[in-house]
Design a protein around this ligand. Structure first.
Ligand SMILES: [Fe+2]
Ligand SMILES: [Fe+2]
Length: 223
């Protein structure tokens, strides 16, 4: 996980909130609607937890899918180069998403949030199963389209996190435990969630540049 030295997280938050969301495709809208139906429109820690459980799945799918294809196309230098790039980035992104999940879990524990047995225990298992199949199918049929969809999901996540911090100003008065702050140098929970939002922006940009949409990449402002 990258440290936050030299990053003005509040400025990055403003940059996100000033930037309109992407023009989401139909598939992304259906997924957002589904989440809103089951978990409500408002972003809560419980909803974030589920989203972060699901967030790693596309990256896992791409890594596995590319390794399978490399078994047959290992002599195609262009495919090997492209696949190696996708696999390397997918691994990094998976690790980063897992860090998000651990951090959110820590906050849930700290706030003593009561998890619901159905929404937070049963539904995520079903959602992981279904989303896994969906991602594998899409990666098989059209991986470029799946990466484009992922850019929409990451853009949405970035906006949601930055808005979450704006709606909960008390997060900027809440110190983070040593376990969360030691690697990143965070002082408050507000900055932790801003950094997660910024990570989602990086995931979106990396997705865009790998599905032929470099022109839509959001230029960094000090990140
Ligand atoms: Fe995430
Ligand atoms: Fe992400």
């Amino acid at each position: 996980m990258a440290a936050i030295k030299n990053i003005d997280l509040k400025r990055e938050q403003e940059a996100t909130l000033d930037r309109p969301p992407r023009a989401y495709g139909m598939m992304a809208k259906i997924l957002f609607r589904g989440m809103d139906i089951f978990y409500g429109k408002e972003l809560t820690l419980g909803k974030v937890r589920v989203l972060e459980i699901l967030a790693r799945i596309p990256y896992q799918t791409w890594e596995i899918s590319r390794y399978h294809k490399l078994s047959h196309r290992f002599s195609d230098p262009s495919f090997v180069g492209n696949s190696t790039d996708l696999i390397t980035w997918s691994r990094e992104a998976q690790d980063n998403e897992f860090w998000h999940l651990q951090v959110v879990n820590e906050k849930i524990r700290e706030d003593n949030v009561k998890l619901n047995w159905y929404k937070d225990r049963v539904l995520p298992v079903v959602a992981v199963f279904g989303y896994n199949l969906f991602c594998r199918f899409l990666a098989f049929v059209n991986i470029r389209e799946e990466i484009r969809l992922n850019a929409d999901l990451e853009d949405h996540a970035e906006h949601e996190y930055m808005m979450f911090v704006k709606k909960h100003p008390s997060l900027d008065r809440q110190p983070v435990p040593h376990t969360v702050s030691e690697n990143g140098g965070f002082k408050t929970w507000g900055d932790v969630f801003r950094k997660i939002g910024l990570d989602e922006r990086a995931h979106m940009n990396n997705s865009l540049s790998r599905c032929g949409r470099e022109s839509e990449v959001v230029q960094p402002s000090g990140y």
